[in-house]
Design a protein around this ligand. Structure first.
Ligand code: GUN
Length: 283
């Protein structure tokens, strides 16, 4: 029998816990974790993500600010803004929502965020710390997936893990976190040969391709743990994952649904890391 990994339930549990910790931090040290989210332009998906982040931050008792900027903002003005939040002691986390408009150099903006406040874990310093096994800030989606493995007592030691997707946001950091837990890790991508055969050898399959329902049961080893990071829209505008849930659920041991799987955990880890950043301000 397959177990559905309930990301929504775990996220709610962790955020309720976090709200208590935030209250204690305020009472004991008079510190309120602060998160600022910077959104440039009108991308509809980004607007939804940012609204959800704000709602969750407020519900957990954080100081939350969303800066909405026009598509036409210059790189210089955006850099100046980011730097002003680096110096604002009431904010412990800064997130610049991606993607940014084309005229802005994304790398330059991400590099301008102080690594101590980089709650996305995208700054090269934080990426380097992650790859050397000393992560402080981890990219939130892979960090959330690791929490799921913990919650469901899924052992990674010696397991064959395949990560499909090599982005800086998900694939690469996911591989490193799995490696930290002693899995044997392979990263596959759009140029990988014989993906199907490779996928069939995986005990742990993390799918972050961005192509709706691409992973059918023919890619999955019976008894595998399947984590679906995909967020795609089908022809009717319905949110679907990269994995064909119904048929893969017939053979997997654990599987995450979309929606209600990985997504809610990403926000949870964002809040956790902002809280941890605030905690580091004590003494
Ligand atoms: N856009 C899509 N996912 C993310 C994310 O995790 N962080 C940021 N900053 N932007 C995103």
């Amino acid at each position: 029998m397959v177990t559905k990994i309930d990301g929504k339930r775990l996220a709610t549990k962790m955020q309720t816990n976090l709200a208590k910790k935030v209250k204690d931090l305020k009472q004991t040290y008079d510190i309120v974790p602060g998160l600022v989210v910077i959104l440039v332009g009108e991308d509809p998906a980004s607007q939804v993500y940012v609204r959800n982040k704000e709602r969750s931050a407020l519900a957990a008792g954080f100081k939350s600010e969303v800066v909405r900027l026009p598509e036409t903002i210059s790189q210089e003005d955006l850099l100046t803004l980011v730097k002003s939040y680096n110096n604002d002691q009431t904010f412990h986390g800064i997130l610049v929502q991606l993607p940014l408009p084309r005229h802005i150099d994304e790398e330059a903006i991400l590099m301008a965020i102080s690594p101590e406040k980089d709650v996305d874990g995208f700054h090269p310093v934080n990426m380097g710390l992650l790859w050397s096994g000393h992560a402080i800030m981890k990219p939130c989606t892979p960090a959330g997936i690791m929490e799921m493995f913990k919650e469901y007592n899924i052992s990674l030691l010696g397991k064959n893990a395949l990560v499909i997707g090599r982005s800086n946001i998900v694939g690469k950091p996911m591989a490193q976190l799995l490696l930290d837990e002693n899995a044997t890790v392979t990263i596959a991508h759009s140029r990988t040969k014989n993906l199907q055969e490779l996928a069939k050898t995986a005990d742990i399959l993390v799918v972050a391709i961005g192509r709706g329902h691409m992973i059918t049961k023919d890619f999955v080893k019976p008894g595998a743990v399947v984590i679906d990071v995909g967020m795609n829209r089908d022809d009717n505008g319905k949110l679907i994952g990269d994995v064909k849930f119904d048929e893969v659920a017939d053979i997997a041991s654990y599987i995450t649904p979309v929606p209600g799987g990985v997504g809610p955990m990403t926000i949870t880890m964002l809040l956790e890391q902002t809280y941890e950043s605030a905690l580091r301000k004590i003494n």
